[in-house]
Design a protein around this ligand. Structure first.
Ligand code: MG
Length: 406
């Protein structure tokens, strides 16, 4: 428990809350707590400590960082996927939470820890099992793990309807759509626009992009994010994944989801209604706002993220994307239209290609090309089960690795 419950005292000396108040707090489990979104989620929960407490934390491999977070927030249980790092976790802990280790540790954590909300912030397909479990349990799911929705939206969305789970997007564009949808009726929505900064190579030629280095791809102009999503932003594969994510989250056909380049990253998305009204959500590019909204929805609370200072906004640029220079965008549309196993192949093919690029084995432009070849070559199944999706995921990783190194 977060609170030491110092009996008899007016205020608890540990958490500063009135004694006994911790009983009323909502309990959060953060999956992927040591990553960029996970760290921001903990900052938000810390700021909301009169409403939320941390009940469980799960990380991939950073045992020391997980221990630091646990020592601060005192969850009842922690999970670490990489068992080889258990020693550094144990030696850095200053109390004795339950510890779960191994590839299925995040799922066991969810099974064993009662909670009111799950922040699903593992990066990549590795977050699917935890996201599925949280949805199966009928939780409020603050979904940052877009890859789970890209892979398995066709399973997750109906499952949430059955279990009563509320999936609230944390991805800034989807949070923005979710917020702008509060301004009208769903049947009156004509289309949505996902904004994209365009990444560091927005103005580069295709030829110049052939020679992009890993370091250049990791330098995002407006957002401070983890390495995988930063490279996805540079290829604009991130926007392709987000088209698919929006297709499932908001039950929209692909032709109602547009992408618009907006280098200032101030407008996060727009919803266009039947009467021509465009509702845009604007805020400073800081993930703490969408994370917090996913936890406090439908309420709004003061947020630790910086405010957008309108006095400093000189211009807001909106322009169409160049699909020839950023072919990943085309893939997003195709996958959103076809559904089935395509999402799993798009995501896994991209994850494998990004790894190869980071290892210096393929040029930057091969990330989208290799993923496209996997999509074209895969055995498509329209009504895919979870097993089909996992098999498609495995196949795509092998295929991209095999093709790109030959
Ligand atoms: Mg996004």
């Amino acid at each position: 428990m977060r609170c030491c419950g110092s009996a008899g005292a007016d205020l608890c000396s540990d958490c500063g809350l009135r004694s006994g108040l911790f009983l009323m707090l909502k309990r959060a489990v953060v999956l992927g707590s040591t990553g960029s979104i996970g760290r921001n989620a903990l900052a938000v929960i810390d700021a909301l400590r009169d409403e939320w407490m941390v009940a469980g934390l799960a990380a991939g491999a950073d045992g020391r960082h997980l221990a630091e977070q646990a020592n601060r927030f005192r969850p009842a249980a922690v999970a670490l996927a990489d068992e080889r790092r258990a020693g550094e976790l144990r030696s850095a802990l200053v109390y004795e939470p339950r510890i779960r280790l191994g590839a299925d540790a995040q799922v066991r954590l969810l099974e064993e820890v009662a909670c009111d909300g799950v922040v699903s912030a593992v990066v990549g397909a590795g977050g699917l099992a935890g996201t599925l479990k949280a949805v199966e349990q009928g939780r409020r799911v603050a979904l940052a793990n877009k890859e789970a929705m890209v892979m398995a939206g066709a399973l997750l969305v109906p499952l949430a309807k059955r279990t009563g789970a509320t999936i609230i997007p944390v991805d800034s564009e989807h949070s923005a759509i979710f917020q702008a949808l509060q301004g009208g009726r769903r049947e009156d929505v004509e289309r949505v626009y996902l904004t994209a900064s365009g990444g560091p190579f927005r103005t580069w030629s295709l030829e110049a992009m052939e020679h992009v280095t890993v370091e250049e791809a990791l330098r995002h102009p407006t957002w401070n994010m983890g390495p995988k999503i930063t490279i996805d932003s540079a290829t604009m594969m991130n926007k392709a994944l987000e088209i698919v994510e929006a297709r499932w989250l908001f039950d929209l056909p692909a032709d109602k989801i547009e992408v618009v380049i907006h280098p200032e990253s101030i407008i996060h998305a727009l919803v266009e209604y039947r009467d021509g009204a465009l509702l845009a959500q604007m805020s400073a590019p800081d993930m703490r706002m969408p994370i917090q909204y996913a936890l406090t929805y439908p309420s709004r609370r003061a947020c630790p993220a910086p405010r957008l200072d309108l006095g400093t906004v000189r211009q807001l640029t909106l322009q169409p994307p160049d699909v020839d220079r950023f072919p990943a965008l085309r893939l997003g549309r195709v996958v959103a239209e076809r559904g089935g196993t395509c999402g799993a192949v798009l995501n896994a093919g991209n994850e494998a290609a990004v790894e190869l690029f980071r290892e210096g084995l393929i040029p930057f432009t091969e990330i989208a090309r290799g993923t496209e070849r996997a999509l074209e070559g895969h055995e498509f199944k329209a009504a895919a089960t979870l097993e089909d999706l996992l098999a498609a995921d495995r196949w795509a990783r092998q295929e991209v690795t095999r093709c790109l190194s030959c």
